[in-house]
Design a protein around this ligand. Sequence first.
Ligand code: NDP
Length: 287
Amino acid sequence: SEEEPCTGVRYRLCAALSSASPPEMLRGKRVIVTGASSGIGEQMAYHLARMGAHVLLTARTEAKLQKVVEKCLDLGAASARYVSGSMESTAFAEEVVKEAENIWGGLDMLILNHIGRSYFNFFNGDVDHVRKLMETNFLSYLAMTTSALPMLKESEGNIVVVSSISGKVASPFVAPYSATKFALEGFFSSLRHEFIIEKVNVSITLCILGYINTENAVRAVSHIIKKAPAPKEECAMEIIRSGALRQRELHYPASTVTPTLLLRDLAPEFLDGLVRNNMRVENIKRP
Ligand code: NDP
């Protein structure tokens, strides 16, 4: 019936029944994108702008955000603004949501995408770094979700959580990062259950990404990872599409992520060997 929320197993059915394509579905929608000054977040901002959405972008670097906002307006965004600040503070995370409430009086989609800086190397024992990364990559996601929930309930909107294959399958040299991404899966999967139990019609999409060709990722790992990265533009579009279609999970690129996840449960030690074999471990320079 029309009153029943479109949750759980109904996500895909609702998506299949919807005749509108994601670009049409997003016209005039109010969307927050975090980590939008570079990489995949920046590309998501441009796609949303072309689709005619209202965008509120955030990251730390104001000069970069200004440029992204200008380009979004050129590309046809219904409106584009930014708030700059660091997600190390949950107060700032809440402030961004408050800004959406002030300017739009509501919210349709919350795309949680930012990550704090970490290192690609053997775990160095710095527990404080892990704590800070948890604040930025995990707790700020919770703070934004909590603040945005009343507006998302009202709009029957979408939460999109950008995670990683490192949040499902551990690989070496990313222990702090991997911990924050595993935490996201636990928290948001539990929350999804609760939404279904309470008939809250807000979708949660977890995006499991493989290696993507953003400047920062390529700089950090191209000398170690043997395989080629997937394109950030297509990745950004797939994230928006999966959120708009209320999918439970996105695997991108599916050709590598989906088989990896199957192997994780069927043959974990074999998979661990493959993970290490796909790296030029000899290129890791201990600090
Ligand atoms: P980038 O490093 O290109 O972008 C990160 C964004 O986060 C930037 O806009 C950056 O802007 C912002 N940011 C960094 N620190 C903070 C902070 N303390 N507070 C607020 N914002 C901050 O990342 P990618 O585009 O490569 O990654 C985007 C998402 O995709 C992440 O969640 C990542 O884990 C995931 N992913 C990426 C993969 C890849 O290979 N690229 C693989 C798997 C997952 P600024 O510095 O101005 O604050």
